[in-house]
Ligand binder design. Structure first.
Ligand code: NOJ
Length: 599
């Protein structure tokens, strides 16, 4: 997890429990049928050829943070039946798959990312039967389901850890990363090295019962698994199979870059200064991106591929450069993750045409032709509305972000609420904070509550239709009266309908699905303009004015080898931007966005 907070206010049961042979066969047959079912009417021509691609290449994946999506039982917390109630909405929006953040049994220290049983559903969110029903209903809505798989660590309340921490000779002791620490004569043992937790403090926790420290990259309640122990891989792959056998399409792999640590436990090099939690800034040479992880991923990919139906691995891959994403695909072999997340394009703070141009081109040239997955928003980062917004043109800027996400080459990820322009609503009092890092880091780091507030559905009650309880786990922002799904559905010019139109266009248009990307008007520092050119020649031009001033664009279409004479507007923000001859200069209002077909 990388926290982008520089913007303004901004069971061991896994092994034992398995499906009966009979039900496993039924579910396998069911998932095969699902696998090859096309969504909607098949497009003609080149678009039909593109349909031969695996479904995920052009997918729109929608992240659901289940606690905040829809509460069906009035306890103020979202749940699985709530998600099922909103499938009509998701289908109408046009999403191909939902990624559900962890809904497994958990003490909820990290709101589900601390799992105590990998093969069940937390009672807060429902039951396994609810989950199976949701899968079935999602299928009926042509929506695939991806689960969040947390492989780096478990909860400290997971029976594996409880056993591991009870004695050095416990059979599962070696499921976790232990060290004796530094010992002086008679002194209290000290952590073995300078590693710090991403969530604050030393990454080592002493356990008197075993007189050792365990390593935790995240909260103390999230001990890291020891992936050098083959039994860990066996157990975790078993947990993944449990869900694959039930019919889930795949997983978003949490914190996947941090699976391994340096066996010599060398100190991380210091970078100078301290972070928001008051810890020294360190390089992550020995705790992140260790090469051993790729062997695990290759075996995992082979396991996934042994299932029919286009199963998918998405990775939480925060890396410093686009080229660093390539190994996560398996380089030229492409035998690792199908879609490591490219957060480099989206998680910045500055609407910078030159930077976006460079990053998009890197994704074209540095990934061995693999498919990018662009990400702007998620449950860990200040929403793009607030990161890129200038305070005066946020709605137009949100349309630019959506256009970039949905017209550039690759799969796209939308985080719940992004499509209606939900804001980051950060707590103003420490006593209201739910996210533990917001409590320990206050006021420098106010935590992630701001981007996790409930989904704003309608104005039917003071909870925006999210819940019938007056006490929702996080407060519903007051702007729900105007920023909500129902109101925006009724307004043809709303941000929600802008997203819907972009998704529909991307689905039906061969150039947007599979066309190569040609950058146009490259010296322009204010406007990002590119063409997507289908193999058959069909061309779409996208021009995004990332400045607060009117700009004019010279497409240079002839020099770029584009055929055609006129650009016909397909979508524009503000509405009504006219089409132009291909050689004419194109005027674009401040923060204007224009999508046109070349004819
Ligand atoms: C990344 C998840 O997105 C974040 O919410 C979580 O706290 C960490 N991984 C630890 O699991």
């Amino acid at each position: 997890m990388q926290k982008n907070r520089t913007a303004p206010a901004a069971s061991p049961r896994a092994l034992g429990r398995s499906l009966s042979r009979f039900s496993a066969c039924l579910l396998a047959a069911w998932s095969i049928a699902w696998a090859d079912e096309p969504r909607g009417a098949a497009p003609a021509g080149a678009a039909a050829a593109a349909h031969a691609d695996p479904w995920w290449k052009h997918a729109v994946i929608y992240e659901i943070y289940p606690r905040s999506f829809q509460d069906s039982n009035g306890d103020g917390i979202g749940d699985l039946n709530g998600i099922a109630q909103r499938l009509d909405y998701l289908e109408a929006l046009g999403v191909d798959a939902i990624w559900i953040a962890p809904m497994y049994p958990s003490p909820q220290v990290d709101f589900g990312y601390d799992i105590s049983d990998y093969q069940n559903v937390d009672p807060q969110y429902g039951t396994l039967a609810d989950f199976d029903r949701l899968l079935k209903q999602a299928r009926a809505h042509h929506i695939r389901v991806l689960l969040d798989m947390v492989l780096n660590h478990t909860s400290d309340r997971h029976p594996w850890f409880v056993e591991a921490a009870s004695s050095r000779t416990a059979s599962r002791h070696d499921f976790y990363v232990w060290d004796d620490g530094k010992r002086g004569a008679g002194a209290k043992p000290l952590p073995p090295n300078n590693w710090v937790s991403l969530f604050g403090g030393s990454a080592w926790q002493y356990v008197p019962a075993v007189d050792q420290f365990y390593y935790h990259k995240f909260y103390r309640q999230q001990p890291d698994l020891n992936w050098r122990n083959p039994k860990v891989e066996q157990a975790m792959f078993g947990a993944m199979r449990f869900w694959l056998d039930r019919g889930v399409t795949g997983f978003r792999l949490d914190a996947i870059t941090t699976l391994f640590e340096d066996p010599q436990l060398r100190d991380e090099p210091a970078l100078g200064g301290t972070n928001a939690q008051g810890d020294p800034n360190l390089k992550n040479t020995y705790t992140d991106n260790l090469p051993e992880v790729h062997d695990v991923i290759r075996r995992m990919r082979a396991m996934i591929d042994s299932y029919s139906g286009g199963r998918l691995l998405v990775g939480e891959t925060y890396v410093p450069n686009t080229s660093d994403l390539d190994p996560w695909y398996g380089g030229a072999k492409r035998d690792e993750l199908q879609l490591p997340m490219d957060t480099l394009v989206g998680l910045g703070n500055k609407l910078d045409a030159a930077l976006f141009r460079q990053r998009l081109m890197e994704a074209e040239t540095e990934l061995h032709g693999s498919q990018p997955l662009l990400v702007f928003d998620n449950h860990d980062n200040i929403r793009s509305w607030d990161r890129f917004g200038d305070g005066g043109h946020n709605d137009r800027i949100a349309r630019i972000v959506a256009a970039l996400l949905l017209t550039s080459h690759g799969a796209a990820l939308i985080y719940q609420g992004e499509e209606i322009g939900q804001r980051t609503v950060t707590p103003t009092r420490v006593e209201d904070v739910q996210d533990p890092i917001g409590k320990t880091g206050w006021p420098k780091d106010k935590g992630r509550d701001g981007e996790r507030t409930p989904m704003q559905w309608d104005i039917s009650n003071a909870q925006a239709g999210f819940s019938t309880s007056a006490h929702t786990w996080l407060p519903v922002p007051p702007d729900y009266r105007t920023v909500n799904v129902r109101t925006e559905s009724a307004d043809p010019e709303s941000l929600l309908n802008w997203h819907k139109r972009l998704i529909a266009l991307r689905r039906s248009n061969a150039a947007l699905r599979n066309g190569r990307t040609v950058m146009l008007d490259q010296p322009n520092a204010s406007v990002l303009t590119y063409a997507r050119v289908a193999p058959g020649g069909e061309t779409i031009v996208v021009s995004l004015n990332m400045s607060g001033k009117e700009q004019s664009v010279s497409l240079g279409a002839r020099a770029a080898g584009l055929a055609g004479t006129r650009c016909r507007t397909l979508l524009s923000s503000p509405a009504g931007l006219e089409g132009r001859g291909i050689g004419e200069r194109i005027p674009l209002p401040p923060f204007g966005a224009w999508v046109a077909a070349v004819e």
